[in-house]
Design a binder for this molecule. Structure first.
Ligand SMILES: [Fe+2]
Ligand SMILES: [Fe+2]
Length: 363
């Protein structure tokens, strides 16, 4: 019987993605890129094991994982107080439930994003022309398998059934997997999504004192910082050889993928579980976020700052801020993001994240 591979649809367990990039087999085995060799050796030395390095016996109360109220929940409270809000009937019980569901939705997107990172790293093994980068991407593929595995296990054993991958994250990651240009996989994953992941994991780490999640996040972050460094080192070299028109495409890709309203990342199923439709809730949340005095309470604002504090210096290092008469400098400048231009880039500070090495050094 022919095996069936469903393209998509509710209840399907598989999703087919067609890649348009060439696979490149390389006959050059010389180690020619010392920075990538260093990263590869670090990756090999800092591998950790989800079974022996994490204590899964720790009991977790889903209502108490987050210490203080998350910004998304604060925004929902503000929105509920507006006239005509679909959340007007919410009491403390509903807000507590919403808090747990929002947390579960966030962890679910982390899990799906990690699988996407595993697939993208595997694509890089096949498509990048340099042997040192293929080797490194192979270690990243293993790291991402571990990340997917630990988020899936944490959800399953400690929090509850995961939510499906959100449409926005799907579009972003499937786009990278389909693209014919190998460097776009790097730009979208190592530079954008992994800078985003570092900011999001760091934000969650600051908000939780749950010891299992804390250690899990510290270990995942030590890998992620190395992945971002891998992207910067590889693309800095590659982009030196591109034409202005080719660089413009990359700048537009960055602008398009960073300046969208992150409210689009809301998981519709969370609101369904609360008895509401996301189309009802979204305008209400937007209205609450736009109110005077709401600055800093927007669902992603602190975290968005942390994201751009990573992204902007990383992209400056790639030469993409100033190429084409500062096209991206202007786009990001209009959005008020250039204050981060001279923050430390991740190719320079990734070792500061290596919690695995730090723990081993102290025994
Ligand atoms: Fe990861
Ligand atoms: Fe990663």
């Amino acid at each position: 019987m022919e095996p069936t591979t469903p393209e998509s649809g509710p209840g399907d367990e598989l999703r087919v993605v067609h890649d348009h990039a060439d696979r490149l087999f390389s006959w050059r085995y010389e180690r020619e890129r010392p920075q990538l060799v260093t990263l590869y050796n670090k990756a090999a030395a800092s591998q950790w094991n989800s079974v022996t390095d994490l204590d899964w016996r720790i009991e977790v109360d889903p209502e108490r994982v987050i210490d203080d109220e998350v910004p998304a929940l604060r925004l929902a409270r503000r929105a509920a107080a507006l006239p005509g809000s679909p959340m007007a009937h919410f009491g403390e019980r509903e807000f507590t439930e919403l808090g747990v569901e929002l947390f579960k939705a966030q962890l679910s997107q982390f899990m799906h994003g990690e699988q996407g990172a595993m697939m993208t790293a595997a694509k890089l093994v096949e498509t990048v022309p340099w042997i040192d980068a293929k080797y490194y991407a192979a270690t990243q593929t293993m790291d991402e398998a571990r990340h997917t595995e630990v988020f899936a296990r944490y959800l399953h054993e400690k929090i509850g059934d995961p939510y499906p991958m959100g449409p926005y994250l799907q579009a972003q990651i499937f786009g990278l997997l389909e693209d014919s240009r190998w460097d776009i996989a790097y730009l979208g994953m190592q530079i954008i999504i992994e800078s985003l992941a570092l900011a999001a994991f760091g934000d969650l780490l600051r908000r939780t004192s749950e010891p299992l999640l804390q250690k899990l996040l510290r270990y995942v972050m030590s890998d992620e910082a190395r992945h971002v460094a891998f992207g910067i080192v590889s693309l800095t070299e590659f982009y030196r050889g591109l034409t202005s028109a080719e660089l413009k495409e990359r700048q537009e890709f960055l602008a398009d993928n960073t300046l969208r309203n992150r409210l689009r990342t809301l998981t519709p199923e969370v609101w369904e579980r609360m008895g509401l439709r996301v189309e009802q809730v979204l305008p209400n949340l937007m209205e609450a976020a736009a109110q005077p005095g709401a600055a800093g309470t927007g669902p992603f604002q602190t975290f968005q700052r942390a994201f751009f504090a990573k992204m902007v210096p990383n992209v400056r290092k790639l030469g993409l801020l100033d190429a084409n008469d500062g096209y991206l400098r202007q786009r990001w400048g209009e959005a008020g993001l250039l204050e981060f231009e001279f923050a430390e880039d991740t190719a320079s500070d990734y070792e500061a994240y290596d919690a695995v090495a730090a723990d081993r050094a102290t025994g």
